[in-house]
Write a new protein. Structure first.
Lengths: 443, 443
C-alpha cells in the first residue's frame, strides 16, 4: 500500500560538499552522506502520507514491537553483557535493560502517539488583505530531525513514533552502550515502513559508534533542520558548541519554590515536600527553597521535621539553621546547584524582590514557583520570573508535557527560540505562508 | 518618570567567565562585558514598563530624531567623508547618506512602530486540567537581541524601535562605514530613555569597530538570546559559523515562478514581469521561471518581448531559446543563481513534478509561485514546495512583512526554527507557561 497523490517524485539531490575540518574516514563519510540524502528524500514522501495512514503505520509498529519481543531481548542481552564487562553502574544497567513488561510499555507508548491529534496541516490563522490576497499560516513538518541521546533504548521508539506522527524524518544517534537494542528497534520500524511502501529512511539510525560522526552530522545544516540532544549536561554542551544546526535543549533544572509572607503554610509545606522528595532525580524537582523572613518561624521548623522524615538533607543559611538546628550550613555553591538528590538548599529572604533576584542569579530558566495568598505578589512573580514555567501555588513537578495535557513530551526547552518549556508534538513543526491570489502583482 | 510596580530591583549578575579562544584586549573585554551586564539588567526593567509608556517613549524618540537633524547630518558627513576616501561605490555611498527627508522618514517609521499592537503579554491559549490547574501560554520578550548589520543607518533606528516595542534590550553592531551615523542615532535613543527613567542600556551600540568583538559576542549565549544578521551572504554565513547563540536569517532568495499548463497566460505574464523587473535587486524577486512545455509556445514569445522592453536579459534552455530567439543559452550555474539584477533564467519543464523537483534542487526556501487554473496542481504545489512562502497566482514580490499586514518587518527567515518567512514583531517574542493552582501537588 502506498499513499501519495499518484504522482511519484524522482527526488534528486543537491551536490554535497564537505567543508568541515572533522576528518571522517572516506567510506564512512560516503555512507553517512547517503543516509542523509535518503532521509531528505523520505521527508518529502512523509508529507504526502495522509494522517490516518500514519496512525495505521504506528499501530502496526506497536504490534510489531510486541511480536519481536524475543529478538529485542536477545539483542538487548548483547548490550547488557558489554555493559557488565565495562563495569557500568547498576542504575545504568537498569536503565538499559529491556524486559517483556518494558517492551509492552514501549509498544503502548506508540499506540498513545497514534491516538494524538496530528500537528501538521493545521491552519494557524488566515486573513485577507485589501488587495484580496488570502494569506494562511499553515503548520508544516520541520523536515529532518537528529536525536542524540544516551542509554535508554525506549527513547528510540518514542522519538521514531513522534517524528513519524509529525511527518519528520528522524536520524537517531543513541549511545554506544545501547547499540544493539537501538538497532533492533529501528529495524522493527524499517520493516513496518517498508511493508507500507514508505521509504525506510524515514526512521534511520547511525550504524556506527564512531564518535567523529556526531561532529560531522552537526555541520550538515543544509540537510538536518533540528538537533535534539537528550542526556547529561556534558553531552548537551558539546552538541551546542559543535552544532551549526539549531538545537533545542535544556542544560539543567535549578527550580525554586518561594514561600511568601502570609502564605498558606500548610499548602506551602505540601508543595515544598512534593517538589523536593516525590522524585528528586528529575529536572523539575526543587533544588532551592526561599522563605520570606516573616514566614520563616512558622514554616521552617515544620519543614525541617518533614524533610528529616523523608531522609532529605537541608543546607541552609544562618537564619534557616536557627529554625532547623539539624540543618547543615550552606556554602555559596549550594545555591544554584542541581543536586538531583534528597538535598535541599534553603535561604531566608527579606522580600519578594530578594527572592526574584536570587532566582535571576541562580535559576536556570526551567521552573520556579511562588506560594502566596497575595494577588499582587503572584502577579509580580508571574511577570518577572523569566523561566519557561512559572507556578503559583502549585508544585514545580507539574512542569511536564503530560501534566500540561500535550499527550507527549519530546523534551523540555529552556531556550527562548522556537519551543519553550515542555515540548509536545507542536515543537516538531514549523509553518509556512500560503498566499492565494487571482493574478495580483505588486505596485 | 519611572514606570514599575514600585519595587526597585537591585539586579546583580552571575559571575562571568570567558571561555572562548578569541583574544580580545582585556580592557575591551571588560567594557563589552559591562555592556552585556547592563543590557541584561535593562531587559528586566523593560518588562515592567506598561505598553502605553513604551509608545510614549517611541513617539518622543521620533520627535528627538527630527530635532537632532543637524547633528545627525554632521555625524553622517564624517562617515561619508571616510567612505569617499575608502573609494566606496556610489550605490553604497547613497545607502549611507542621510538627508533631511530620510531623517524624517526614519522618525515616521518610529511613529508607525509606536502605533502597532503590542506583542508581549498576550495570552496565546489557556486551559484547565482535570486537577484544576489553570495553564496559560503567555507571550514574553526574548530578552537581549544582538543585531549585526551593514551600511544603512536606518536599520539602527528601525531595530531600536522594534526591540523597545517588544520589550527587548538590543545591542547594535553596525558596519564600520556607518559608525558615526549609528552612534548619533543611538545617542538620541539613550537621551530619550534616560529622560523617561529607563536604563539607557536598553538600546546600546558596540562602541568599537574592532572585528574580534563580533566573535566574542557570538559566544555569549548566556547573555544574548538571539542574533539577527542583516547583510550579505558572507556576513550571515560567518555569523552562523561562529555563533553559539540562535541566529534568525536567510542566506538568499532563489525565487521561482512556475507557469502551469492551462494557466491564464495573461496573468502569468503580469506575474512573471512583476516578480522579475519591478525591483530586481531584492530577495523576493524571481530568479528563475519554469514553464510547462504545453504552455511554452503560447507564453514564451510574449514574455520574451515584454522582458526585452524592460531591458531584462534571458538565459534559457534549448526549448526556451527556440521560442525566444534573443535569449542566451543558459549554463548550469544560471539555475539556482541569485542575479539580483535584470537577468532571468528560464527553463521548460515536462510536468508539475519536474517543476517541484527543480525547486527542490535549486530553491532556497524563500518564496516560490505557481500560476495555474488547476485546483489539484495548486494543492500539490502548496503542500510540497518547502518554502517559507508559497504563492498561487500571485507575484513572489508579496513575500514581505508589510504586504502580509504585520506592520513591520524585522527580517525574512528561511529557517524552520522559531520564526519563518517575513517576520514581524511576533518574531521578537517567546512565551512562558503560567500555571496557577491552589496547592496542587503531583501524585
Amino acid at each position: 500500500m502506498i499513499w501519495y497523490y499518484g504522482h511519484e517524485s524522482k527526488v534528486r539531490q543537491k551536490g554535497f560538499t564537505m567543508n568541515s575540518q572533522e576528518k571522517l574516514p572516506r567510506t564512512l563519510q560516503i555512507q553517512i552522506d547517503r543516509q542523509l540524502k535518503n532521509a531528505d528524500a523520505a521527508k518529502y514522501f512523509l508529507q504526502r502520507i495522509p494522517a490516518k495512514a500514519k496512525d495505521k503505520i504506528l499501530k502496526e509498529a506497536a504490534r510489531e514491537i510486541e511480536r519481536s519481543e524475543k529478538k529485542i531481548i536477545r539483542e538487548n542481552a548483547k548490550d547488557l553483557k558489554q555493559a557488565r564487562r565495562d563495569g557500568l553502574s547498576p542504575a545504568m544497567i537498569d536503565r538499559l535493560t529491556l524486559t517483556p513488561a518494558r517492551i509492552k510499555t514501549m509498544a503502548d507508548g506508540v499506540r498513545v502517539v497514534a491516538g494524538l491529534e496530528h500537528p501538521v496541516g493545521r491552519v494557524l490563522s488566515s486573513w485577507k488583505r485589501p488587495n484580496q490576497l488570502k494569506i494562511s499560516k499553515v503548520v508544516v513538518p520541520l523536515g529532518v530531525i537528529l536525536i542524540i541521546y544516551e542509554s535508554r533504548p525506549n527513547v528510540t521508539v518514542e522519538c521514531a513514533a513522534l517524528c513519524l506522527k509529525s511527518a519528520n524524518a528522524v536520524i537517531l544517534r543513541g549511545g554506544r552502550e545501547a547499540f544493539y537494542s537501538n538497532r533492533v528497534l529501528v529495524a522493527v520500524f524499517e520493516k513496518v515502513l517498508t511493508r507500507y511502501g514508505v521509504p525506510k529512511a524515514a526512521v534511520s539510525m547511525i550504524q556506527t559508534t564512531e564518535r567523529r560522526v556526531v561532529d560531522y552530522l552537526l555541520k550538515q545544516d543544509h540537510r538536518i533542520n533540528l538537533v535534539i540532544p537528550r542526556g547529561g549536561e556534558t553531552l548537551i554542551r558539546k552538541v551546542v558548541e559543535q552544532s551549526r544546526i539549531p538545537v533545542i535543549k535544556h542544560y539543567k533544572g535549578i527550580c525554586h519554590v518561594y514561600i511568601d509572607k502570609g502564605a498558606d503554610l500548610k499548602k506551602g509545606l505540601q508543595i515544598a515536600l512534593n517538589a523536593k522528595v516525590q522524585r528528586p532525580g528529575v529536572c523539575n524537582a526543587m533544588e532551592t527553597l526561599l522563605v520570606h523572613r516573616k514566614a520563616a518561624a512558622g514554616f521552617l521548623p515544620a519543614l525541617g521535621e518533614k524533610l528529616a522524615e523523608a531522609g532529605c538533607e537541608i543546607r541552609g543559611d544562618a537564619q534557616t539553621c536557627r529554625f532547623i538546628p539539624k540543618a547543615r550550613k550552606a556554602r555559596a555553591g549550594d545555591y544554584g546547584y542541581e543536586f538531583l538528590d534528597k538535598i535541599l538548599a534553603v535561604k531566608v529572604v527579606n522580600s519578594l524582590d530578594d527572592a526574584l533576584e536570587h532566582i535571576r542569579i541562580h535559576g536556570s530558566g526551567h521552573t520556579d514557583a511562588i506560594v502566596t495568598r497575595d494577588a499582587k505578589a503572584a502577579r509580580i512573580f508571574k511577570n518577572e520570573v523569566d523561566s519557561s514555567s512559572v507556578m503559583v501555588n502549585a508544585s514545580t513537578r507539574f512542569a511536564d508535557g503530560f501534566e500540561y495535557g500535550f499527550g507527549a513530551e519530546i523534551g523540555i526547552s529552556t531556550d527562548k527560540i522556537h519551543a519553550r518549556g515542555p515540548m509536545g508534538l507542536e515543537g516538531l513543526t514549523s509553518y509556512k505562508y500560503v498566499v492565494e491570489g487571482n493574478g495580483q502583482v505588486r505596485k
